[in-house]
Design a protein around this ligand. Structure first.
Ligand SMILES: Cc1ncc(COP(=O)(O)O)c(C=O)c1O
Length: 393
């Protein structure tokens, strides 16, 4: 079908809740091609979804094989792939127990329900302290937990039971803990908020604070997890563990797949019938997840993410000397934020004009989320394009 007809159909039949760019038809590694045959260097990776790059051969093969065998079976039955993927998640994190879902918001709804269920049984506690500037999803409860309040406008009444502390300010959390508090929830690296890593003092302090107060610590690793920072999960840089965490985005490298994991000691909090998801952990989605962990274990993907992330950040910091528009370079591994102040829209547009796809985050930050598999040549290509974009300002 030609592009004009497709766009007419889009306008006629698809709700317009996104500002969309060109129509993409093909992806391979770090590159995308649109319907007009233009090639793009992609440093967005579907907003941190295709961490192994587009159409990674391991994922494609696993999907093809599984599609010919069994796509879906309900959670009234076991399937071969779920236990294997849960074991891989546990092995790469804190050895907990996993519930499978489909999206980041759904996984976060799960940890919120888990925390309330636990808290209600432990003294009727059901309030959660979340962080200013956070993002946890677009469902009603995850919106209520989202500190970036602009997303809630027009959708009141808010789901009750959330208050907001200041990210990286332990005292602000301390002040909010009360007799009804059951949990503290945060992203170890705030993504949508501007690529802001938690300080070591804050995250380890939160763990100690939650232990003292006898409440749960919940991490949202939807964006910063699954190798994005060079460790399977970002909190592993901090030497502490949460009581529960959510993951999604890159878990299936492009196939909708999410999960939340709780520590083994909480295995009995959610009992049969208390939580469910029709598509959660379907054989086809879990096949993709298993291929992702195979790539982590066998292809050196995480080491490459650490190495290439450090290289990109070093070179971006070097650019800072010549381009005062760069105020700050932040991030962990291949989750990189370049703060360009009020020039963010212009830098974004200049990159786009060069067919270099980047993201924004917060009000002032260009967010770079390359494939974790990038080579030095591709990193250099991106750096040349970024400098070219800065020159046009
Ligand atoms: C940290 C974080 N949590 C949750 C979500 C929501 O994920 P989804 O869009 O898959 O529901 C996002 C999406 O950007 C996110 O970055």
């Amino acid at each position: 079908m030609d592009k004009k007809t497709l766009l007419e159909m889009q306008n006629e039949y698809v709700l317009c809740t996104y500002n969309r760019d060109t129509m993409m038809v093909k992806g391979e590694g770090s590159y995308l091609w649109d319907i007009d045959g233009n090639r793009y260097l992609d440093f967005t990776m579907g907003i941190g979804v295709c961490n192994l790059g587009h159409c990674h051969p391991r994922v494609t093969k696993a999907l093809q094989e599984q599609a010919a065998k069994l796509l879906h079976v309900s959670n009234l039955f076991y399937n071969e792939n779920q236990p294997q993927l849960a074991a891989q998640i546990a092995k790469h994190s804190f050895g907990g127990k996993v519930f499978f879902a489909n999206s980041g918001a759904e996984a976060n709804e799960g940890i919120i329900k888990f925390a309330r269920k636990w808290g209600n049984a432990h003294g009727g506690r059901n309030e959660i302290i979340a962080m200013d500037n956070s993002f946890h999803g677009r469902t009603l409860a995850t919106l209520a937990a989202t500190g970036r309040s602009k997303y809630r406008v027009g959708f009141q009444p808010d789901v009750q039971g959330f208050s907001f502390a200041t990210f990286n300010d332990l005292d602000s959390v301390k002040k909010l803990i009360g007799p009804k508090t059951c949990a503290v929830m945060c992203e170890p690296v705030q993504g949508e908020g501007g690529v802001i890593p938690a300080t070591k003092e804050f995250l380890t302090g939160l763990r100690a604070l939650c232990d003292e107060a006898g409440i749960l610590l919940l991490f949202d690793e939807v964006q910063c997890g699954m190798g994005r920072t060079g460790k399977p999960f970002a909190h592993q840089y901090y030497g502490i563990e949460p009581d529960a965490m959510s993951m999604a985005k890159a878990l299936g490298n492009g196939v909708p797949l999410a999960a939340f994991e709780v520590q083994q000691k909480y295995a009995d909090v959610l009992q049969p019938g208390m939580h469910a998801s029709t598509f959660g952990g379907t054989p086809i989605a879990c096949a993709a997840g298993l291929a992702v962990f195979d790539a982590f274990d066998q292809d050196g993907v995480l080491d490459n993410a650490v190495k290439m992330g450090a290289y990109l950040r070093d070179r971006l910091n070097a650019l800072k000397q010549n381009y005062p528009v760069i105020k700050d370079v932040r991030g962990l591994g291949c989750m990189i934020g370049v703060d360009v102040g009020d020039q963010v829209k212009k830098v974004f547009a200049a990159c786009r004009a060069l067919n270099f796809l980047v993201l924004t985050a917060g009000e002032t930050t260009i967010r770079l989320m390359p494939a974790l598999t990038i080579t030095k040549e591709i990193a250099d290509e991106a750096l040349v394009l970024f400098e070219k974009a800065l020159k046009t300002l």
